[in-house]
Design a protein around this ligand. Structure first.
Ligand SMILES: Cc1cc2nc3c(=O)[nH]c(=O)nc-3n(C[C@H](O)[C@H](O)[C@H](O)COP(=O)(O)O)c2cc1C
Length: 312
């Protein structure tokens, strides 16, 4: 059985990734999961300088989901290259470095710092974080800005560039086309949805920044729809994510058009979720006599009226 997939010219052993920001730098999970057995590990967002993140509380549990306002706390790109990357290489992990900045220059500087490190397979451009004042979602919700950012990143990148889109837009298809037009090699769909929680007793918002990012099973149908719309809009490979907790969920994302999937919030209650989903995918393929998992991508059965042909 062939579980391998291809994303942005990269051959991954299998389509199961650990999602950015829910898996630390990967090494935090080395005693729990065989990291080398995953398709890839996507690091926490890395910035030019270390970032302290937002004040606590940073997490709030909702019905079937979680709000977070971590605010990109991280050790910075060059510390990552120095202190974490060597261990990840030793462990044989396929590493995707998630890149964050407040300005285009920041993103470019981070990529240049990471270019110097050996053992990174690709970059994932976080153009979609909702938890910072500048950068992130500011880029991911404006076609022009997104195009400028992707083009600038692409110019300096010595590795394939995955662009992580924001779901906080009216048309994910338009944003996907903008990223494709500017040179993205693949897309990740999607980041967290803007949400909010209020403490009725104190009448105060739960988070200092008031709004926060919603993730987990609560967003799965929304993210699935966005993967489907993205697939119809562009020809780029898609990493689908948002609320995936089982192999069944993962198969749904593949059928909707993803070539790979990432597991995020589920890691918080099931740290072995990535391995479990991978095992479940193997079982699914066996049960359905599927020789190559790639054949599932976009294999959603649509009636003729809805239109089997993608509208590019
Ligand atoms: C606590 C937390 C931190 C996150 N940090 C990042 C980040 O640094 N960069 C990024 O691109 N996405 C980040 N994300 C978004 C996730 O990678 C993922 O896109 C989102 O949570 C949806 O997937 P899920 O429902 O499986 O968690 C973060 C999510 C959570 C819950």
């Amino acid at each position: 059985m062939d579980l391998s997939v291809e994303i942005a010219g990269l051959r991954l052993e299998n389509p199961v990734l650990a999602a950015s920001g829910t898996y630390g730098y990967g090494t935090e999970f080395e005693d729990i999961v065989n990291l080398a057995s995953l398709g890839a590990v996507v690091t926490k967002g890395l910035s030019r300088e270390p970032m302290p993140g937002n004040p606590s509380p940073r997490l709030f549990e909702t019905s079937a989901g979680m709000l977070n306002s971590v605010g990109l706390q991280n050790i910075g790109a060059s510390a990552f290259v120095r202190t974490r990357l060597p261990r990840l290489r030793q462990l044989g992990v396929t590493v995707i470095a998630n890149v964050f900045g407040e300005t285009v220059d920041d993103y470019v500087a981070v990529i240049e710092m990471l270019n110097a490190g050996e053992g990174i397979a690709a970059y994932e451009l976080n153009a979609s974080c909702p938890n910072t004042r500048c950068g992130g979602m500011v880029f991911g919700t404006d076609r022009e800005l997104l195009g400028q950012l992707v083009a600038a990143a692409k110019r300096v990148s010595r590795r394939p560039l995955i662009v992580k889109l924001s779901p906080n837009v009216t048309s994910i298809a338009e944003m996907a086309r903008a990223a494709e037009g500017a040179g993205a090699d693949a897309l990740a769909v999607a980041n967290t949805f803007l949400g909010m929680a209020i403490d009725a007793e104190t009448r105060r918002p739960r988070f200092a920044r008031v709004v926060a990012g919603l993730s987990g099973p609560a967003i799965k149908p929304l993210a699935l729809r966005m993967v489907y719309e993205t697939r119809r809009a562009v020809g780029l490979p898609i990493i689908g994510l948002g609320g995936i907790s089982t192999a069944q969920d993962a198969v749904e994302f593949l059928l909707a058009g993803a070539s790979a999937v990432a597991i995020g919030t589920t890691n918080f209650w099931d740290p072995k979720a990535t391995e479990n989903v991978l095992g479940g995918l193997r079982q699914f393929c066996l049960r359905h006599g599927i020789a190559s998992l790639r054949t599932l991508t976009g294999a959603l059965r649509l009636s003729d009226e809805i239109g089997g042909e993608a509208e590019r």
